[in-house]
Ligand binder design. Sequence first.
Ligand code: SF4
Length: 202
Amino acid sequence: MLKIETPHGEDKVLLHSCCAPCSSAIIECLLANDIRPTVFYYNPNIYPQKEYEIRKAEAIRYTQSLGLDFVDADYNYAAWRETIKGMEDEPERGGRCLKCFLLRLGETARYASEHGFSIFTTTLASSRWKSLDQITEAGRRAASQYPGVSYWEQNWRKGGLSERRNQIIKEYDFYNQQYCGCEFSMRRLSSIPNKEKEGEKG
Ligand code: SF4
């Protein structure tokens, strides 16, 4: 198992979770390194609500199987749409995604500040479909709003975690999501050939 350390030896972390598949190997790795995550689920970007409920249920199922705390934050898609207004036609990894990360990690940092967590990180950083630079920027900017709270910049794409992720997906038979989350990533999906859609996309 990958050896990891928190920035100042913290033994707990607030983990923003985008979905169960992306959270799986990260949580396992944290526990193997004696770092206890509290799973924070704040993803108002997911559309439609039925899809949101499915993804959240899977995240709860995995978190509870490990006996960890799960924080079910608010779902407000209308507010998310307002946040990204004017950026509807941006491509993935563009300005809309940075705004989306800022909103989700901003709320994570706020919760961390109000509930005694000095560090937070996100499972978004494990996805090869997303810009790690954008996620790091969003995490840093979110943390800067709350004294005493830092964004933990662990690279979750290394150390065999991607391979372990794929194993856990099969072990738990996780729901196989096909698009990032918002309605715009969903539309893009409908415009590409079936053979390119294969594989889980968190
Ligand atoms: S594509 Fe994904 S990261 Fe980008 S705005 Fe949509 S839900 Fe957010």
